[in-house]
Design a protein. Structure first.
Length: 290
C-alpha cells in the first residue's frame, strides 16, 4: 500500500488479617476485603507493558508459545507507555481512535514502514533475533528476490530497465544497523502485491500468532499481523491484531470497533469478513507465511 511501490527509478542502496471476632473483627474484615478488591482492580486495570499482558475476556486462555517461536517473540514485545500513534516525521496521526496500544519498535525517519511493511518488519525482526538469517528474504513487486544474507555480504541492487541485479559494492556487514538499512530497501519495493507469492490461505480454526490478514487491492491493499491467540473451553479462537498504515506510523494493536465485550480481541467465523478500524477484509483473507 505504497504510492511508489512500482517506481523502480527510486531504488536506493541504503536502505504490561484476619481480624478478631465481633463487630470490631467484622469491621477489619470489611476493610481488608476493600483493600483486596482495590488491589485486584489495580492489577486488572494496570496498563499492559507487553503484548502477553493484554487482558483476556473471561473464559479464555492464551495458546501456549514455545520459546523461540514466532508466537513467543510477538507475545513478549514491549508496549509504549504513550498511547498516541505518531508518524515517521514525529507528527501525530490524524486518526487516534484505531489503536489500543503502541508496540515499542521504531518506525524509521522516512515514509516507508506502512501496512505490509510492518507485517514484513515483525517477521524479519523475529528471524533476525533467532538467527534464522537465510529465511530473511522478500520479493520486490517486480518479482526479484531481495535476500538479507546477500545484502549482508555487501551486495546492493542495481537496476537496468526492469531488471534487478545484485552487485557487490559495500563492505560485508551483518550488524543490526545494516539489517535496518536492508529493511528500508524492502519497504521501498515490496508491498501487499509482492506478498501474494509469500503467503497462503488458511482457515480461521488454524489461526496462530504470526499469521496475517492480507488483501491485495487496486491500487492499494492492506495487511495486518495476528499478534496473539486465545481459546475458550470449546476451542473457539480470539485474537489480537496489529498494523501500520499510511503514512508510515507506529505499529499499533487495534481496537475491535464491532465488539466492545471482546475489545481489543477479535473473533471470526469461517466465511465472515473482518472489520477493523481502518480496513474491511473480505472472507478468506487469513494467510500464513510459506
Amino acid at each position: 500500500m505504497k504510492f511508489f511501490a512500482n517506481n523502480w527509478f527510486l531504488l536506493g542502496v541504503g536502505v504490561a488479617i484476619i481480624g478478631s471476632c465481633g463487630a470490631s473483627g467484622q469491621k477489619k474484615n470489611q476493610q481488608q476485603n476493600a483493600k483486596t478488591q482495590t488491589v485486584e482492580q489495580t492489577k486488572e486495570n494496570k496498563k499492559p507493558e507487553k503484548v502477553k499482558e493484554i487482558a483476556l475476556p473471561s473464559g479464555y486462555k492464551r495458546l501456549p508459545a514455545d520459546s523461540g517461536s514466532f508466537a513467543f517473540f510477538l507475545q513478549k514485545l514491549s508496549l509504549k507507555k504513550d498511547s498516541l500513534v505518531r508518524l515517521f516525521n514525529g507528527q501525530l496521526k490524524l486518526n487516534q481512535s484505531a489503536q489500543y496500544a503502541i508496540i515499542d519498535i521504531d518506525v524509521g525517519s522516512r515514509d516507508l514502514q506502512q501496512c505490509a511493511d510492518a507485517v514484513m518488519r515483525l517477521r524479519a525482526e523475529y528471524l533476525f533475533e533467532t538467527k534464522q538469517f537465510d529465511k530473511i528474504k522478500f520479493h520486490f513487486t517486480s518479482g526479484h528476490l531481495a535476500e538479507w544474507s546477500k545484502y549482508a555480504q555487501g551486495y546492493r541492487a542495481k537496476i537496468s530497465g526492469n531488471t534487478v541485479t545484485w552487485v557487490k559494492t559495500a563492505t560485508p556487514d551483518n550488524s543490526y544497523t545494516c539489517f535496518r538499512q536492508y529493511m528500508d530497501l524492502v519497504f521501498s519495493y515490496c508491498g501487499t502485491k509482492s506478498m501474494n507469492n509469500e503467503v497462503s490461505s488458511i482457515s480461521i480454526k488454524e489461526i496462530k500468532p504470526g499469521d496475517v490478514f492480507h488483501e491485495t487491492g487496486n491500487p492499494y491493499g492492506h495487511a495486518i499481523t495476528v499478534m496473539d491467540v486465545a481459546q475458550d473451553s470449546t476451542g473457539n479462537p480470539i485474537f489480537l491484531l496489529a498494523q501500520s498504515y499510511m503514512p508510515a506510523q507506529d505499529i499499533h494493536i487495534l481496537i475491535n470497533p464491532t465488539n466492545t465485550k471482546l475489545n481489543p480481541w477479535y473473533s471470526l467465523k469461517e466465511g465472515q469478513s473482518l472489520i477493523t478500524p481502518e480496513w474491511h477484509f473480505p472472507s478468506g483473507s487469513l494467510k500464513r507465511w510459506k
